[in-house]
Design a protein around this ligand. Structure first.
Ligand code: PLP
Ligand code: ZN
Length: 385
């Protein structure tokens, strides 16, 4: 009998895992495990309007996050990023309700900060002091700084062609950086072997339960910013899918607490033509995502050939009546320049991909000009120079 405010359950087989111990994933199903809070009880004491009056940041939503003792929170000020209206690009596309959630304003310049704030805080609370991560780049940067702030050691395995500022960031933090010839999938093999040998805690995407908890807060923030009415469409640059699955989870939690109704946005995955395993699986009506050979794109955060949470990602896209679309690196660069020149936003390539996708979705009539559309800029362009 534990006294944690949540339980951990495998979404595939329903197995329960003890939240008072460090947990990874359901090995029987090779599936992520997810936190479930007692939302009915919470909703009696926790009011959405009270949360709106709290000091800014991700931890405003602490009752819905896994950390038990608030003094264990490791924060650098993540969360509460702006939801900016795109007036000029909107009018050029005849979209009157176009927004970007600008995640570049997070610590370490990407939304990876949210997930790492949650995962590192809870892991340290459970007695972990040494972390390892295979990363396409930004997750390693975020882990390095959150682990450092917590007085812990981070071992980071990343492709040797990761943009220089991201490598520099990890080095600056004092973390232990291992450059790997190959992709995140190759880094994952090395990291897993080192983790097993040294007893380090692996915070790979969805291989522990709490990064998704941090990222789900993006869903709460969007709902609050829009007066508790969700938008019609959310376009999200998808690598491992943490944010997509997280926001979808947040919407269910909000409905269970009576904060929103049953209406949901259509969720859109955007990937690069050079690495689009989720798009291919969605188009093939598959339940699983197959490994993408020879992945290559300038959007390094989307250079993720294997998707561990594939079932959850595909279910979110289908249940929401959403879709998955890929764009070329050239289209990404064009959209990146438009966001900079017309709207004052220097987006990461990943963060420019949703605009490129929107143009195509408007052209084929999947999105309509009067719809409320939220694009995700997931990181700062400064990390890619
Ligand atoms: C990691 C990353 C993504 C992909 O995020 P997921 O939630 O894992 O799908 C997108 N953009 C940037 C800048 C990233 O670092
Ligand atoms: Zn299971």
């Amino acid at each position: 009998m534990t006294h944690e405010t949540y339980t951990l359950i495998c979404p595939e087989c329903g197995s329960r895992f003890d939240p008072a111990q460090p947990q990874t994933y359901c090995h029987a199903c090779a599936s992520p495990i997810l936190a479930h809070y007692d939302l009915l009880t919470l909703s009696q004491s926790l009011k959405r309007d009270e949360i709106s009056t709290r000091p800014r940041g991700m931890w405003r939503w602490r009752e819905l996050l896994p950390v038990q003792d608030q003094s264990a929170i490791v924060t650098l000020g993540e969360g509460d990023t702006p939801l900016l209206r795109l007036e000029k690009i909107g009018s050029s596309l005849c979209c009157s309700n176009l927004y970007v959630k600008d995640e570049a304003l997070n610590p370490t310049g990407t939304f990876k900060a949210r997930g790492m704030a949650a995962a590192v805080s809870r892991a340290v609370e459970l007695g972990i002091h040494e972390f390892v991560i295979p990363t396409a780049g930004n997750a390693g940067g975020a882990l390095s700084f959150y682990a450092g702030r917590a007085g812990c050691v981070a071992h980071v395995y990343m492709p040797s062609d990761t943009p220089a500022p991201i490598q520099a960031e990890v080095k600056m933090s004092g973390a232990d950086l291992h450059l790997v010839d190959g992709l995140i999938s190759d880094a994952a093999r090395k990291a897993a072997a080192a983790a097993a040998e040294n007893g380090w805690f692996d915070v790979s995407t969805f291989k522990e339960p709490y990064r998704v908890e941090g990222k789900k807060v993006m869903g709460y923030e969007i709902a609050e910013s829009m007066g508790w009415e969700l938008p019609d469409v959310i376009i999200y640059p998808t690598g491992g899918g943490t944010g997509l699955v997280g926001m979808w989870k947040a919407f269910d939690e909000m409905e269970a607490m009576g904060w929103i109704g049953s209406r949901r946005p259509r969720m859109v995955t955007v990937q690069s033509n050079g690495c689009a395993p989720v798009v291919r699986a969605f188009q093939n009506r598959a339940e699983r995502v197959e490994f993408w050979q020879n992945a290559a794109t300038i959007a390094s955060g989307l250079r993720v050939p294997a998707v561990f949470a594939d079932r959850l990602v595909l279910r979110c896209l289908r249940q929401s009546n959403g879709t998955a679309i890929s764009v070329s690196d050239e289209e990404i660069l064009t959209s990146q320049r438009e966001l900079a020149e017309m709207e004052g936003i220097w987006a990461a390539p990943e963060g420019a991909a949703p605009l490129a996708a929107l143009k195509e979705l408007l052209r084929i009539g999947w999105c309509h000009s009067e719809e409320k559309i939220v694009l995700f800029n997931t990181g700062s362009g400064l990390k890619y120079i």
